[in-house]
Write a protein that binds this ligand. Structure first.
Ligand SMILES: N[C@@H](CCC(=O)N[C@@H](CS)C(=O)NCC(=O)O)C(=O)O
Length: 206
């Protein structure tokens, strides 16, 4: 299995889960501007949409869309318990969280990654919108739960961590969201997260 990724991008969630599952896998970085991979492949031949994550499976099939990849990995390794059983109420909740992270939180960061960079009132409005979306998870985490779905780590935690971690890249403070801030610190300390961040060059090897 090979993960096509960009350092720190949403593909980090898949990378973390691959480490959580302790699977054999390769990674290859993608220049998403040039649409080429590190080994010189045309990335559009791998994912015509031109974005990461994309996972090339042993049978040659390519799977895209982070939330689908995360659930595929969890469902093909059920013993790891990274997603509740399909059809259960708990699984529906996981799906709800993944959908909010993808459609609401992840997308709200887009304007802050735009070039040229937003300034002034436009930037303030984008930051305020991100804060509103983070507030959704601040309320969920406020009951003291360790993970998004409750007591056990799931693929949603890898994705939520990945997106909340972008606040560090774009200069958005989590100070107003203490539960989300503590969540980021908890997930960042997990060995699988540290391994993925190190492999992507975002953390120095110990
Ligand atoms: N709907 C896709 C969106 C993936 C996405 O936004 N990828 C970003 C990085 S976080 C990317 O590769 N952007 C580069 C580009 O679109 O050219 C998913 O959820 O997997």
């Amino acid at each position: 299995m090979k993960l096509f990724y960009k350092a720190g991008a949403c593909s980090l969630a898949t990378h973390i889960v691959l480490h959580e599952l302790d699977l054999p896998f390769e990674i290859e970085s993608v220049d998403t501007s040039e649409k080429t991979t590190a080994s010189g492949r045309d990335f559009l031949q791998i994912n015509p949409d031109g974005y990461v994550p994309a996972v090339e499976l042993a049978d040659g099939n390519v799977l895209t869309e982070g939330a689908a990849i995360l659930q595929y990995l969890a469902d093909t390794h059920p013993d790891a318990g990274l997603a509740p059983a399909p059809g259960s109420w708990e699984r529906t909740q996981l799906h709800r969280h993944l959908n909010f992270i993808s459609a609401e939180l992840h997308k709200s960061f887009g304007p802050l990654f735009a070039k040229p960079a937003l300034e002034g009132a436009a930037r303030d409005a984008a930051v305020e919108k991100i804060g509103t979306k983070i507030g959704h998870f601040e309320r969920i985490l406020a009951d003291g739960r360790e993970f998004v779905t409750g007591k056990t780590f799931s693929v949603a935690d890898a994705y939520l961590f990945t997106v909340l971690n972008w606040t560090n890249f774009v200069g958005v403070s989590l100070e107003g969201h203490p539960h989300a801030k503590a969540f980021v610190e908890r997930i960042a300390a997990r060995p699988a997260t540290r391994a993925a961040l190190t492999a992507e060059g975002l953390l120095q090897a110990a």
